[in-house]
Design a protein around this ligand. Structure first.
Ligand code: PEP
Ligand code: MN
Length: 371
């Protein structure tokens, strides 16, 4: 199966064409918001000391949930960013949400633009930004949309690509949740992984600050991204995080960033070694055999479902038997604990299987309208 998106995938330019080379991981650091000239410059001087830091971030227009929150210093902040570049040599980046922002960034020599999560979801805004980018050679990083869907993320990337931009990266910053979870924005790794499957050449950056929402979690989330193979990070860094004008709970100090970077480990190797290749391909063979058994078993399960569905239909018995489902799930979860499997993982799988079984027993959607 290949649903890779061409020609986008094969014509994207790697980050080595628009960022200086550093040891892995490569990091974009800087405050959530530019607050004062002093804060922007002092932070930049400190983060520039790390060989991992390739670019400096600071939001000058801030999308805020509540109307009375700090909404950014605006254009003035762009001049501070150009001072950062002149003094430290770091590339600079900020968030743009409309054509005017793009224009001002271009006038003030910002090196890289990023589109924020609240903008990615808005096709009018992304299209407006794309129009403003026509004929301009500036890298654009596209954050995932706030809601857990791949299509708007891909759509935004396509709009930027259609404007002629070939220096594009994606930023995974997690997906918004209504109910409390351990994260401010749930990572839902399957979504960036699927994006990588569709666009293998698209550089992927992880933003552990917005995923975690609290500083203690930034490092473990960053390490998880690195273990998966995402080697670019965007980490919010503030001189005095607890007094930050936005996102106070998730920012780390430049010193904490340095300590974190010393501990983080990026896996930068490809499977070149022959022995290693053999070992991995043997294990892949074992995994494929198990997958095959799972598929055979699923197919057998659905055949039994078909039969039970017929009996229920002939005897006018409702498809959904909630007590049976409750007992079955309880039983599976008890077994999964004995087997040392993750409960929420097994629960999600059986919810899917059960839903499919229910669908298979009711009238087909073609008779009943769309799913
Ligand atoms: C930010 O990077 O400060 C920001 C507002 O991010 P997001 O769009 O991911 O919420
Ligand atoms: Mn922020």
């Amino acid at each position: 199966m290949t649903d890779q998106i061409e020609p986008i995938n094969s014509t994207l330019l790697p980050p080595s064409t628009w960022l200086k080379a550093t040891p892995l991981p490569w990091v974009i650091a800087g405050p959530c918001s530019a607050e004062t000239e002093r804060q922007v410059l002092d932070t930049a001087r400190l983060v520039a000391k790390s060989e991992h830091v390739v670019a400096y971030r600071a939001g000058v227009w801030k999308p805020r949930t509540r109307p009375d929150s700090f909404e950014g210093v605006g254009e003035e902040g762009l001049r501070w960013l150009s001072q950062v570049k002149a003094e430290t040599g770091l590339a600079t980046t900020t968030e743009v949400a409309n054509a005017r922002h793009v224009e001002l960034c271009l006038q003030n020599g910002v090196d890289i633009l990023w589109i924020g999560a609240r903008t990615t979801i808005n096709s009018f805004a992304v299209q407006e930004i794309a129009e403003a980018l026509k004929g301009v050679d500036i890298p654009v990083m596209v954050k995932n949309p706030v809601n857990a869907h791949l299509a708007p993320w891909i759509g935004a990337i396509e709009r930027i690509y259609d404007a002629g931009t070939r220096k594009i990266a994606a930023i995974h910053r997690g997906f918004s949740v209504y109910l409390e979870s351990g994260f401010r924005n749930r990572p839902q790794w399957q979504i960036p992984i699927e994006l990588q499957r569709r666009l293998p050449n698209l550089p992927m950056i992880c933003d552990p600050s917005h995923i975690s929402g609290k500083r203690e979690l930034v490092e473990p989330v960053a390490q998880m991204a690195l273990d998966i193979g995402i080697s670019g990070l965007m980490i919010e860094t503030h001189l005095d995080p607890s007094r930050a004008w936005s996102d106070a709970e998730q920012q780390v100090t430049p010193a904490e960033l340095m300590e974190m970077l010393a501990r983080l480990h990026a896996r930068g190797k490809s499977i070149g070694d022959k022995d290693l290749q053999k070992q991995i391909s043997q294990l892949r063979g074992c995994i494929e055999q198990v997958d095959d058994r799972i598929l055979q078993d699923l197919s057998e399960r659905m055949r039994w479902v078909e039969q039970i569905g017929r009996i229920k239909r002939e005897n006018d018995i409702p498809v959904l038997q909630i007590d049976r489902w409750e007992n079955l799930l309880e039983d599976h979860l008890r077994k999964c604990r004995q087997l040392g499997l993750d409960e929420s993982f097994v629960k999600s799988i059986f919810e899917l299987i059960h839903l499919q079984a229910v669908k298979q027993q009711v009238s087909k959607p073609s008779e009943n309208g769309e799913d």
